[in-house]
Design a protein around this ligand. Structure first.
Ligand code: ADP
Ligand code: MG
Length: 692
């Protein structure tokens, strides 16, 4: 047997017939190696079998017993319950599965079963609902001898015992062939177990210690491979040719004159980073992080104007149309005194107008194009694109960035990515791992931290009184409504009805305005400027005001049904106030119903720190939800978890970047060999990341 046996098709393995071969393929397992790297989803601890008589309510436990009763029945109307009774000589346990009627064909009286699940009490009897189960039969072959049993993610036509048996056979025969990619140095430095040990123990651990060691090593390996790809990608970008802008004192003076305030030390520092990037012949690839209201737009304006002053076209890309429009308006305001031709290009624009706009962009008759993802659609062609600013809101992944980059002909345009909310550190190592990072870590001067309060139904009138008092003191108030049932129409209705109610019943003596997403852009503008000019005391709005709106005199942000908003949104909304020297207040109305929504509100009460909030948001919702889109460019890890394994991720990242840097410096180093091994071993994966 040799290494190439690992690449052998799984169909040549004993016990894999044509049918099982198809099933395995569906699981993504084609070769012996694929199978070895198909890691368990979880484990059952058979060394810890409990007596049924000793089970405790609420504790997840493992029992072994004999089935003495089986029944399947339907409850009123809609669901099937499959039920077995199990005895182990000490007591009996009732076991139920909901809506899995096929189990009726799986269990039989007198079967011996392992059951693993949470114990509950039903009508004074002990029970488990939907436990993991395994029927112990002769064909299992390892039921009694193995103490920690792997549990795999499988399809219905491949059951655990079958799969385990196949795995056991392949691990016994082939795991010693697994390729060690790490040098002895690295293994020693991190005290890693060898790969052959790790593969064997990830499937059939000798002990929980061995399992933990194996997991750690395999997670590191997975992250390390990924981060190596990131480092290579970053190096490729660095090696690419970009534009070398000239940004002299004259240009800078000109730009600074447009800002009605003195920049913060943080903004200055970030602008120095950007200045250096832009004046280098390498393309800029920078992530700009900063909390809501920290003044990122100003920094973006600097970069845009600097590129335009060099005779280039620029693009600003936002995740939604509303945000694109908002940016467009802000920029127009900033650029009122500069001779810059700005154009808004959205997917929604009428075909004729869009055609004209596209022509302008192609002819170089426009300096700054603001838009959504429509900007990366095939028909947009720039004459001379020098800089792209992406306002990301976590919504675009690596892929989209690559696509946009290709819009410019050789040399490559500079790219500045801004995030509307801070990015959890774990994501800045993965999705954004190929970017240089600049952080604005202070707010413009004269801001007082916003105070945040929950308003329960009982306290609603007190809150209204409070609002009245603020208005009496000359301040203004936002009242925000959530999206109802994902429908803009209902959303609009709720806000409209509420605006009327507030005006007629609660605040008849005050002026209440209404703003929503379905208004034409110039009407939105009109209402906003009316609000700024204090034509209204209270502005009732849908989520349109989430980003970009700036009314320093507003000191109250009242959020209705706060439990329906995500943390990032709540934080954004709160960022709309606290923009002057007056104390500001965020009032969270509504009744949280789930634990998660309760936690969200709790976090809002605890901190104003956007970085902390982002971490919590990611932790609560998980990466998929956090991004809210499938096209997030988030890598899929088999065993590593970017949130829970952050420390390993960080370690792997540092090592991988060091490796790529050092291998570049010295052609003969050991590191170079390692890099070569990794690129050979994981070629298809690396390609995937590198070509975007
Ligand atoms: P972000 O995009 O980071 O949320 P903005 O760029 O919208 O923040 O800036 C928030 C507000 O602060 C805007 O009203 C902006 O004009 C103002 N601002 C930005 N920088 C400064 C500064 N250095 N001094 C005073 N105000 C500033
Ligand atoms: Mg902004």
């Amino acid at each position: 047997m040799d290494k190439s046996d690992l690449d052998k098709s799984i169909q040549y393995i004993k016990g894999v017939g044509p049918k099982r071969y198809q099933t395995l393929k569906r699981l993504g397992i084609h070769t012996v190696k694929d199978l070895l790297y198909y890691f368990p989803r979880t484990y059952q601890d058979r060394s810890q079998i409990e007596k049924i008589s000793g089970l405790e309510k609420g504790v997840t436990s493992m029992v072994k017993g004999k089935v003495f009763n089986v029944k399947s029945y339907n409850t009123r109307g809609w669901r099937n319950i499959f039920e077995i009774s199990v005895a182990d000589g000490t007591s009996i346990l009732l076991v139920k599965w909901f809506n899995q009627p096929y189990l009726n064909d799986v269990f039989q009286v007198n079967d011996h079963v392992f059951l693993y699940g949470k114990v509950s009490v039903y009508k004074q009897a002990l029970q488990m609902v939907n436990p993991e189960y395994e029927i112990v039969s002769e064909e299992d072959g390892l039921g009694e001898s193995v103490a920690i049993l792997p549990v795999y993610s499988l399809t219905e036509d491949m059951r655990q015992p079958r799969f385990r048996k196949l795995m056991k056979q392949v691990v016994d025969e082939h795991s010693h062939l697994a390729d060690e990619i790490f040098t002895a140095d690295i293994l020693k430095k991190h005290k890693f177990v060898p790969i052959t040990f790790a593969i064997k123990n990830i499937h059939f651990p000798d002990s929980f210690d061995s399992l933990a060691e194996s997991k750690k090593r395999l997670k590191y390996e997975e992250f390390f491979t990924f981060e190596t790809a990131m480092a290579l990608r970053k190096r490729n970008i660095k090696e690419a040719r970009g534009y070398k802008f000239r940004i002299g004192p004259n240009v800078e003076d000109h730009i600074y004159k447009l800002f009605p305030f003195k920049l913060t030390r943080s903004q200055e520092k970030v602008i120095r980073d950007i200045h250096e990037d832009m004046c280098s012949v390498r393309p800029m690839n920078r992530l700009l992080q900063g909390d809501v209201g920290s003044g990122k737009t100003v920094v973006a304006v600097y970069a845009l104007l600097a590129a335009i002053a060099n005779g280039f076209q620029t693009a600003l890309m936002a995740p939604t149309e509303i945000l694109a429009e908002q940016h467009y308006r802000t920029l127009k305001r900033f650029l009122a005194d500069a001779k810059v031709r700005v154009l808004l290009l959205t997917g929604g624009a009428k075909t004729k107008l869009r055609k004209e706009n596209l022509e302008r962009i192609r002819q170089g008759e426009t300096d700054l194009v603001v838009g959504t993802h429509a900007l990366i659609e095939g028909d947009v062609e720039f004459k001379k694109l020098g800089l792209i600013v992406i306002d990301e809101q976590h919504k675009f992944g690596v892929m989209q960035r690559t696509r946009l980059r290709q819009k410019g002909r050789k040399p490559q345009p500079d790219v500045l990515v801004m995030t509307a909310t801070p990015i959890p550190r774990t994501l800045s190592l993965t999705v954004f791992g190929d970017l240089d990072v600049s952080i604005i870590d202070e707010l413009p001067p004269g801001r007082t931290p916003v105070e945040t309060y929950r308003v329960t139904t009982k306290k609603q009138n007190d809150a209204y009184e409070f609002i009245r008092k603020e208005v009496k003191n000359g301040r203004q108030v936002f009242v925000v409504y959530p999206l109802v049932e994902e429908s803009e129409k209902l959303d609009l209705k709720a806000a409209t009805v509420e605006a009327k109610r507030l005006q007629d019943e609660v605040f008849p003596e005050l002026k209440v305005g209404l703003l929503h997403g379905q208004m034409k852009s110039n009407l939105k503008d009109k209402i906003m400027s009316e609000f700024i000019n204090r034509k209204y005391d209270i502005l009732v709005s849908t989520i349109v005001i989430e980003v970009g709106i700036d009314v320093p005199n507003a000191t109250v942000m009242a959020i209705e049904h706060a439990e329906r908003f995500g943390l990032a949104q709540l934080h954004q909304l709160r960022g709309r106030i606290g923009r002057s020297s007056h104390q500001s207040y965020c009032l969270l109305f509504g009744t949280p119903k789930s634990t998660e929504s309760r936690q969200r509100l709790k976090i809002m009460l605890e901190t104003n720190d956007g970085f902390k909030i982002a971490e919590e948001d990611l932790r609560l919702r998980g990466p998929g939800e956090f991004f809210g889109t499938r096209q997030h460019g988030l890598p899929e890890f088999k065993i590593g978890d970017i949130i829970n394994d952050y420390n390993i991720l960080k370690l792997a990242r540092d090592d991988a970047f060091k490796l790529v840097n050092e291998s570049q410096k010295s052609k003969t180093s050991k590191n170079r060999m390692l890099l070569k091994r990794i690129t050979e071993n994981f070629k298809h994966k690396l390609d995937l990341i590198n070509t975007g």
